[in-house]
Write a protein of this length. Structure first.
Length: 282
């Protein structure tokens, strides 16, 4: 074995390398119980704001059968909703996170009220870090749950290929974007896409918010206009739902010219590529 030995009960682990860590007691939920020791490929210790964790890297066959589905869905991530889809549904933004964020800000200000180098300041820093960690985890859990549901229910999920780093530079949008944990959400979509063998496709984002999903005309509107009202064909739709429909139509229009991406990281930068499949081909 490579530097560690798991106790037969799997409640203790001993590190046998020369760093002097020795035996550790494992607390919390032990998902590790489900896996035979032979499948554990790597073990490492990770430090988080609320303590140390032993991380097990387990080799498992990740693909799973999902219920058969032929449904295709386009999704538009916005500021008003976590996302809106081409069938007209809106997934609400998790407001509890915004509340928690206010609390975090207060705790953060607390740090600077304490004297530099004092133990009070150190403690305040710890409180801040733990609260921050909690919100990060809540966000992640939320994004994961939504992505899983969406992937299970649809054979094809089409989304916009947004340049998040470019958008976050705009400070007004920044908070809402991180709030909606869009990037994290997309990563989970790609993860579940692989797991359930579903297609997750990113299409170029240009004009999706102004194009008419019914006739293709370009209908200019400001950010505050919540309804798409086409002056050419008369089509009326909620703004984000119209965008989601346009997003879905983009992929159908592109069938036949989708290329695989044979190298590099396909997350968040690929344009109109089958991100899941191309990853497998690497
Ligand atoms: Zn129209």
């Amino acid at each position: 074995m490579s530097g560690w030995k798991l106790h037969p009960t799997k409640r203790r682990i001993t590190f046998t390398d020369k760093k002097g860590i020795g035996e550790l007691k494992l607390l919390g939920k032990w998902d590790i119980h489900q896996y035979p020791v032979e499948l554990i490929k790597r073990v490492r210790i990770v430090r988080r704001a609320n303590g140390c964790y032993v991380q097990f890297c387990v080799k498992v066959d990740n693909q799973q059968d999902a219920p058969p589905s032929t449904s295709e869905i386009g999704i538009d991530v916005g500021l008003e909703y976590f996302y809106s889809d081409s069938s007209g549904n809106h997934e609400e933004n998790p407001r509890f996170l915004r509340k928690a964020e206010k609390n975090i800000k207060r705790v953060q200000r607390n740090i600077y009220k304490k004297k530099k180098g004092s133990s009070g300041r150190r403690k305040a820093r710890g409180v801040y870090a733990r609260k921050h960690l909690k919100v990060t985890r809540q966000r992640n859990e939320h994004a994961k749950r939504i992505a899983r549901n969406l992937t299970l229910a649809n054979a094809k999920v089409v989304l916009e290929d947004l340049n998040i780093s470019g958008m976050v530079k705009n400070h007004k949008l920044a908070k809402s974007i991180t709030d909606a944990s869009w990037y994290n959400f997309r990563q989970w979509l790609e993860y579940f896409g692989k797991k359930y063998v579903r297609e997750i496709i990113a299409v170029p984002p240009h004009f999706t918010s102004i194009e008419c999903s019914n006739c293709g005309a370009k209908v200019q509107k400001s950010l505050s206009t919540r309804t798409h009202s086409c002056n050419k064909c008369g089509y009326l739709e909620q703004r984000d739902v119209n965008a989601a429909k346009v997003i879905l139509s983009r992929v159908n229009a592109r069938v036949g010219q989708i290329q695989s991406n044979a190298s590099g990281d396909v997350l968040s930068t690929s344009i109109g590529r089958k991100t899941c499949k191309s990853k497998e081909r690497q």
